[in-house]
Design a protein. Structure first.
Length: 568
């Protein structure tokens, strides 16, 4: 478009195309390279059409794009041979396209040199040997490398990671795909080359961000574009799809003025894209053991470590109490995510040391305690051996004096809000779900708010695409300003409005109340009004979008971290 009608610019563009090198270091059967080849040929055809309109000396249009401009690495020998063949077939197809437009094309036969496709392990090969960087060549690295979380990695994968990523302090925890990011980063260092990979979105979420992105940015790289999370499927049999992102990285020295963030059909320009694929500085939210803001402690619920013997189903609880009515005081209802969100009913034995004499006359409880003791003594965990001394109790015995606030660890990505709720003094929250014991009511408003959810979407880990909430990554890092008692009272009023709206629908489970398609209008309105009240604590001017909220939060986070360090 910039060269339109200008012969000199058009010919210069042709020369640039003929000097390009495209390199897929995880090329499989060559799909990315084939598409790149075909699209470049289409651009070349359009250039020739423009040149013919300018001067008839360009009547003959023959492609100057060569397969030798395309490079790839593939571990599987059959796929690597297929990639070579596919490039030849693509060349033949584009020759036919040239012939249909210009009446002639270069002959396909005899076959000329094919692409430089190497069979080997990309995490261990020297990429400069595969695709030389001589003469300041303009090289684009692209592809869809394999992604494997640490628990899915074989011994060979772990060796690959150790070789490619050993400069990372905690390389054993990183996703396998990071090998390609680091290899590509080192490859393009100090050049005008760039790289872009399709990746699992997990590398821009949760703990992975802290493990890898500070190092990548320290390499002098920046994102010049990013496509936020989307579901990607193909036609393979049984393919369930995967949630992916696309990231483009280049040297900061390339000085691209504007960077582009894509989300579906929408795009926006920004001065910088951070590790969470949003506009903002390169600050990384790091795990914390204490809240950055003036919040009460959030901690994991109670862990039983009991082999299931301290847990009772509804039927088991009814049977126990019908046979031993006095045992009712040793039974409490427990809440995990399923119990809280879907209304499932489970119970547990909750026995204080002072109750031991009394329960000795209840044989079913005595037997359960004996089974717990055996489980703990036979455990490989030495800590469990000591717990055998208190086999009548959970590993932890945490509860509120007045009430507890439960925060499910995993929640559906479809929900606008993660449902949280108050539980009574006799209710037991179980791990891995999070709990705040005896909180002031205004805390409910803050962690139920849209702006907190915006933070969670950016920094939380994921279980597939669902949110995996943790105190260390989400709650303790959340930046919130100091507020006065009047502001707290306003937030508390909104909390009670939300709770009142919930009470109007006792027939619905919490999951149904917060299903975006089924959420009662009164509850939706109460949450919206509470959102506005929470955001008024940040600033008087309303936020226009979640992107603006997140950009504001990261700036506040940086400011609060700096203030914290200054006061140490």
């Amino acid at each position: 478009e910039k060269a339109l009608g200008n012969e000199k610019k058009l010919t210069k563009l042709l020369e640039r195309i003929y000097d390009l090198r495209l390199f897929d270091p995880a090329c499989g059967s060559g799909n990315f390279l084939i598409i790149a080849y075909k699209e470049l040929c289409k651009i070349e055809i359009e250039i020739f059409k423009q040149l013919q309109q300018i001067d008839n000396k360009w009547d003959i249009g023959v492609s100057g794009i060569r397969l030798t401009q395309f490079y790839g690495i593939e571990l599987d020998d059959f796929a690597h041979e297929t990639a070579k063949l596919s490039l030849w077939l693509a060349e033949h197809q584009m020759n036919l396209a040239f012939k249909s437009v210009f009446g002639m094309a270069k002959p396909t036969l005899p076959l000329q040199d094919g692409g430089h496709i190497v069979c080997g392990n990309a995490t261990r090969l020297d990429w400069e040997v595969v695709c030389p960087k001589d003469d300041g060549a303009e090289i684009y690295i692209l592809g869809n490398p394999p992604y494997l979380g640490s628990r899915y990695q074989t011994a060979t994968h772990k060796e690959d990671i150790e070789i490619a990523c050993n400069l990372l302090p905690k390389y054993k925890k990183v996703d396998y795909i990071i090998c390609w990011f680091l290899k590509a980063g080192n490859y393009v260092k100090g050049t005008n080359s760039a790289f872009s990979f399709v990746s699992t979105n997990s590398i821009c979420q949760g703990e992975q961000v802290e493990l890898i992105w500070p190092y990548i940015f320290d390499m002098g790289l920046e994102m010049f574009f990013a496509h936020q999370s989307f579901k990607w499927t193909n036609n393979a049999k049984g393919n369930a799809g995967v949630t992916v992102i696309i990231i483009g990285l280049q040297n900061i020295s390339n000085k691209a003025k504007k960077k582009t963030i894509y989300n579906g059909n929408l795009s926006s320009e920004t001065n910088n894209i951070n590790a969470y694929l949003v506009s903002g500085g390169n600050t990384v939210s790091k795990k914390r053991t204490k809240p950055l803001s003036n919040f009460p402690k959030m901690e994991s619920g109670n862990k039983a470590t009991d082999g299931g013997f301290l847990i009772l189903s509804k039927q088991e609880k009814i049977k126990l109490i019908s046979c031993y009515p006095n045992s009712d005081k040793f039974v409490r209802r427990i809440y995990g995510a399923q119990e809280f969100l879907n209304g499932l009913e489970r119970w547990c034995l909750w026995i204080e040391d002072s109750d031991l004499d009394e329960i000795s006359s209840v044989p079913p409880i005595v037997k359960r305690i004996s089974n717990v003791r055996a489980i703990r003594l036979n455990s490989k965990d030495k800590g469990a051996h000591k717990l055998a001394e208190s086999a009548h109790q959970f590993r932890e015995m945490k509860k509120g004096k007045i009430a507890s606030l439960i925060f499910p660890t995993v929640s559906s990505e479809r929900r606008k809000y993660i449902p949280i709720g108050y539980l009574g003094v006799d209710d037991v929250i179980i791990a891995p779900n999070q709990a705040i014991y005896d909180p002031e009511p205004f805390i409910f408003a803050i962690i139920s708010s849209r702006i907190h959810m915006t933070w969670v979407r950016a920094v939380a880990g994921r279980l597939k695409t669902d949110y995996r909430y943790s105190s260390a990554l989400c709650y303790n890092t959340f930046p919130f300003p100091e507020i006065d008692q009047a502001q707290k009272t306003t937030l508390e009023d909104h909390v009670f409005n939300v709770l009142d709206e919930r009470e109007k629908h006792p027939e619905k489970t919490m999951a149904e109340l917060y299903d975006p398609d089924k959420m009662p209008e009164g509850l939706r309105k109460a949450h919206h009004e509470m959102d506005l009240a929470v955001e008024q604590c940040y600033r008087k001017k309303s936020f226009k979008s979640d992107e603006e909220r997140l950009e504001y939060l990261f700036k506040l986070y940086e400011k609060m971290i700096a203030a914290e360090k200054a006061n140490l």
